[in-house]
Design a protein around this ligand. Structure first.
Ligand SMILES: *Cc1c(COP(=O)(O)O)cnc(C)c1O
Length: 375
C-alpha cells in the first residue's frame, strides 16, 4: 500500500504530540522484527506449542445444505478465540522493545484475558482497563484476569464501557511510555497498530488458504467473517485480497454497523468509518455480542469497503442467536455470538464454496442465548 498506515482516506495518526516518538519507536521495532527470521520463528513456535496452532478447518455438512461450507476453527485456539494470536505476537514485540509492562483495554474481557495470558507466559506486569459497567456484566473474565495475575482497573466515567476504557489505557501509555507497551486488541488505533494486528492475525488466512486448497483444490467463492474492530476479518481476508475471484464479506452487528451506517471520523487515534452524528459526536453501539459492540472499525476495512473489494452486511441479535442454535444442533459446535453473525449471512450468499472464520467459542455466551428462549 502507498504511504504506510494510510488506507485511502483512512488510517493515520491522530494522537497527542507526546505519543509520536512512541509510535515511531514501535514502528521501527516492528520493521526490524519483520526483517528478523527469529521473530517469525518464535511466533510460530509459540503458536504450535502454547496456543494450539494450526487450528483445524472443519467441513460443516448440514448447516447450509446447498453449499460446501468450511469453518476455520479459531474457537479451538487457547483461551477460546483468535485474540491470542495478536496478544502473543505483541508480547514478543514488546520484549524486543525492552518493555516489560503492558497496558490494555478490554470490553467483554476477551482481549483482557488474552493479554493477561500472554503477560503471565512472558512474566510481564499487566494492567487492564475495563469499564465498571463491563466489569459487572463480565464477572467470569474479570476473575480469569485476576487469576492470571493482571491488575484490572475499573473505569468509572462516561458509559463505563469499552470506549472509555480505551481512552484510559491510552492515557496510562502516555504517562508511562518509557516502560510500557500498549497492547491494542483489534486492527484499530494509530499507525502502525492496524498493520501489526493484521499481520499477526494473517496466520488465520494463511492456514485456511492452504487447508482449503488441500481438500478442495481451489479457492473459496466467498470468505465470511464477523467485524467488530475488524481483526479476525482482516486476518482471514488479507491472504485472499489479491484473488479477485474470492468474495470478501464482513458481517457487522446491526446495532454497531460502523461500516454500514457510519461516517468518516476520528476515533482512538485513527480516521475510519465511525458511528457518529453530524458533529462527530460518537454514538453508542448496541449488540448482544460484546465483542462487536464498538462504534469504530479498523481503517483498512473502510478502505476495502470504498474500493469495493470487500462488502459489509449486518446481522441482527435474533439472527445471530438463531445461527448459534443452528450450528450447535447441526454440527456439534457452540460458536461465539460474534462468529454467529458471520454464520447468519451464509444462507443468503450466492456462492457454492464458502469459508467462514469461526472466531471464537460460545461458552461465554450461554446465558445470553438461553435468555432469548428456544427456537
Ligand atoms: C473480540 C471478538 C471479535 C471481534 O473482534 P475483531 O477484532 O473484529 O475480530 C470477534 N469474535 C470473537 C470471538 C471475539 O472475541
Amino acid at each position: 500500500m502507498r504511504t504506510p498506515g494510510v488506507y485511502g482516506a483512512y488510517g493515520g495518526r491522530y494522537v497527542p504530540e507526546t505519543l509520536i516518538p512512541a509510535l515511531d519507536e514501535l514502528e521501527a521495532g516492528w520493521r526490524a522484527a519483520v526483517d528478523d527470521q527469529s521473530f517469525a520463528a518464535e511466533i510460530v513456535e509459540l503458536g504450535r506449542t502454547f496456543a494450539g496452532r494450526p487450528t483445524p478447518l472443519t467441513r460443516a455438512h448440514s448447516f447450509a445444505r446447498d453449499k460446501r461450507l468450511y469453518l476455520k476453527r479459531e474457537d479451538l485456539l487457547h483461551t477460546g478465540a483468535h485474540k491470542l494470536n495478536n496478544a502473543l505476537g505483541q508480547a514478543v514485540l514488546a520484549r524486543r522493545l525492552g518493555k516489560r509492562r503492558i497496558v490494555a483495554e478490554t470490553g467483554a474481557g476477551q482481549h483482557g484475558v488474552a493479554t493477561a495470558t500472554a503477560c503471565a507466559r512472558f512474566g510481564f506486569e499487566c494492567v487492564v482497563y475495563m469499564g465498571a459497567e463491563d466489569m459487572r456484566r463480565q464477572r467470569p473474565n474479570v476473575e480469569r484476569m485476576h487469576l492470571l495475575g493482571a491488575d484490572v482497573r475499573p473505569v468509572e466515567f462516561g458509559t463505563r464501557t469499552l470506549k472509555e476504557a480505551t481512552s484510559e489505557a491510552i492515557r496510562d501509555w502516555i504517562a508511562n511510555v518509557d516502560t510500557t507497551h500498549y497492547l491494542i486488541g483489534s486492527s484499530v488505533g494509530p499507525h502502525p497498530y492496524p498493520e501489526i494486528v493484521r499481520e499477526l492475525q494473517s496466520v488465520i488466512g494463511q492456514e485456511a488458504r492452504e487447508q482449503i486448497l488441500a481438500v478442495e483444490e481451489r479457492l473459496p467463492d466467498a470468505v465470511v467473517a464477523c467485524v467488530g474492530g475488524g481483526s479476525n476479518a482482516i486476518g482471514i481476508f488479507s491472504t485472499f485480497v489479491a484473488d479477485q475471484e474470492v468474495r470478501l464479506v464482513g458481517v457487522e452487528a446491526a446495532g454497531a454497523a460502523s461500516l454500514g451506517s457510519g461516517r468518516a471520523a476520528v476515533l482512538h487515534g485513527s480516521r475510519s468509518s465511525v458511528l457518529a452524528d453530524e458533529d462527530g459526536q460518537i454514538a453508542d453501539a448496541h449488540s448482544i455480542s460484546a465483542g462487536l459492540d464498538y462504534p469504530g472499525v479498523g481503517p483498512e476495512h473502510a478502505f476495502l469497503r470504498d474500493s469495493g473489494r470487500a462488502s459489509y452486511v449486518t446481522a441482527t441479535d435474533e439472527e445471530a442467536v438463531a445461527a448459534f442454535r443452528r450450528l450447535a444442533r447441526t454440527e456439534g459446535i457452540l460458536p461465539a455470538l460474534e462468529s454467529s453473525h458471520a454464520l447468519a449471512r451464509v444462507a443468503d450468499l450466492d456462492a457454492e464454496l464458502v469459508l467462514v472464520c469461526l472466531s471464537g467459542r460460545g461458552d461465554k455466551d450461554l446465558a445470553g442465548v438461553v435468555a432469548r428462549g428456544a427456537s
